[in-house]
Design a protein around this ligand. Structure first.
Ligand code: GLN
Length: 211
């Protein structure tokens, strides 16, 4: 077991290539956060730019608009195949794209992560808010910035909940996939992005490709 640990640690100095889906929305702030963590990303606007990525972040924004862009050039089905096997982290609209179930209103999705989301669940009055709360992450309370956020109303049996708001999951992980209903890229605390980079490093495909 300790041998295994060492093997994965020695891969740590391999430069990760993370993509940030840059069709629309809050991709710039994700790019800045990844750069400050030593993993300057590739901005992804075309399907072939996914080739060779170790992981992908799908940002917040407007999921309906992102779907329109994804429908243009076969991007939707290529992205759907990509997220089945490659570590992907969806935040807010990106989480809506990853979910197996999307409600209020219902919408097509990549259907990769076993969660159901209710869009714009917090209504107009309190649609944007900042919460600071304890989570499963070590290091104390985490700031969570919600902007017209969806609510995760159901998580499948294999989905691990790492943070909550009012009893509903706000940060989840399942195998090679992660989703947050808040915007970790808008906080100075980079623990959530670090968690994703750790997940990418531990992913079997990444480890075998660096041997
Ligand atoms: N309400 C948006 C949607 O349905 C998500 C909001 C966000 O990403 N900040 O796509």
């Amino acid at each position: 077991m300790s041998h295994h640990r060492e093997a994965s640690r020695s891969n740590g100095h391999h430069q990760l290539t993370i993509g940030v889906l840059a069709l629309q929305g809050a991709y710039d702030a994700h790019a800045r956060t990844l750069t400050s963590l030593g993993a300057p990303p590739r901005l992804i606007r075309l399907p072939h730019e996914l080739d060779g990525l170790d992981g992908l972040i799908m940002p917040g924004g407007e999921s309906t608009t992102m779907l329109k862009f994804l429908d243009r050039n076969g991007f939707f089905s290529i992205l759907q195949a990509f997220v089945k096997t490659t570590p992907t982290f969806g935040t807010c609209a990106g989480a809506i794209l990853l979910a197996t179930g999307v409600e209020s209103p219902a919408q097509r999705s990549l259907a990769a992560l076993d969660i159901t989301v209710e869009r714009n669940a917090y209504g107009r009055q309190i649609d944007s808010t900042i919460l600071t709360a304890e989570t499963a992450l070590p290091g104390g309370p985490l700031e969570m910035v919600f902007i017209r956020a969806p609510r995760i109303t159901h998580t499948g049996p294999a989905v691990e909940t790492l943070a909550t708001r009012d009893g509903y999951a706000t940060l989840v992980r399942s195998g090679h996939l992660m989703a947050a209903t808040f915007h970790p890229e808008l906080s100075h605390d980079h623990r959530v992005h670090q968690l994703f980079l750790d997940l990418v490093r531990q992913h079997p495909a990444h480890n075998s490709s660096t041997k």
